[in-house]
Design a protein around this ligand. Structure first.
Ligand SMILES: [Mg+2]
Length: 265
């Protein structure tokens, strides 16, 4: 005995935020299609309608899919009361705050064991000069979030050692990035914060290619112990924390940086 189920679903261009759910539905209906029980009656740019002949078990699966809660809409949890009114600063890890390598170095600040394919490797981590002052001050001024394209099994223990003050309210890793044209992009629109109050601090322009107007570019750091970029940024961020929105100050910074790049090249 078969039930007939009729599925209506808007295509992703109409409801982008519902896309994961629609995709799940699409997959589910495809699996029915494999059994040649489904009949597509309409597939237009905006809406698709599918009629399925399903068994009672499949019918209950469909009901379960429809009734399961939608996937988390945003990457960040709700803003806490202590961060209310603060802007959100998304801070990169590698070559922004630290530099790590598998090559042993005598002056490593941390040595972090990381398991790769069943073997434990030691990762040698060097802290960028002034990273402690920078993180502490940023934690006072902003809601800070660590956002790295690295894997959690490396970045999480590094963050435990680096962030002794609990500055990072949340940590986001590779799986929270969008893989776009060969790069891991940090899509700030998925954070769940007002974009005019979000800043990303990152050494890699590819990371913020969706939101360049929200970026504070920093030079990639490897081992220069005379580097003062993080220290130099503190007064800029103190000013930015008092602004209503981030774009006007970041626009000025962007112009200055472009000027620097042009004179350097
Ligand atoms: Mg980086």
């Amino acid at each position: 005995m078969f039930h007939f189920s009729v599925l209506f679903f808007a295509n992703s261009s109409v409801l982008p935020s519902s896309f994961p759910m629609l995709w799940k539905l699409f997959y589910t209906s495809l699996s029915f299609k494999k059994t040649e029980k489904s009949v597509w009656v309409l597939h237009e740019p905006l809406i698709s309608i599918c009629v399925l002949a399903v068994s009672p078990e499949e019918h209950s699966t469909l009901i379960h899919v429809f009734q399961s809660p939608p996937p988390a809409k945003y990457l960040l949890p709700e803003l806490t009361a202590s961060d209310y009114g603060k802007k959100c600063v998304v801070i990169d890890l590698d070559e922004t705050l630290v530099h790590s390598s598998f090559k042993p170095i005598s002056n490593a600040d941390f040595i972090v064991p990381v398991e790769i394919d069943g073997t434990i490797h030691q990762v040698y981590v060097l802290k960028r000069p002034h990273v402690d002052e920078f993180l502490q001050r940023m934690g006072e001024l902003f809601e800070c979030v660590l956002f790295t394209a690295s894997l959690a099994k490396y970045a999480d223990p590094v963050a435990d050692l680096l962030d002794r003050w609990g500055v990072f309210r949340a940590r986001l890793f590779r799986e929270s990035c969008v893989f776009h044209r060969g790069n891991y992009v940090k899509d700030l629109s998925r954070l769940g914060r007002e974009l005019s109050k979000v800043i990303i601090v990152d050494n890699s322009p590819a990371s913020y290619i969706f939101h360049p107007e929200n970026a504070v570019p920093v030079q990639s750091w490897f081992d220069d112990m005379t580097d003062t970029e993080l220290l130099d940024l503190i007064p800029f961020f103190e000013g930015l924390s008092k602004e209503e929105e981030v774009y006007s100050m970041l626009h000025k910074l962007c112009n200055r940086s472009v000027g620097n790049y042009l004179t350097e090249e």
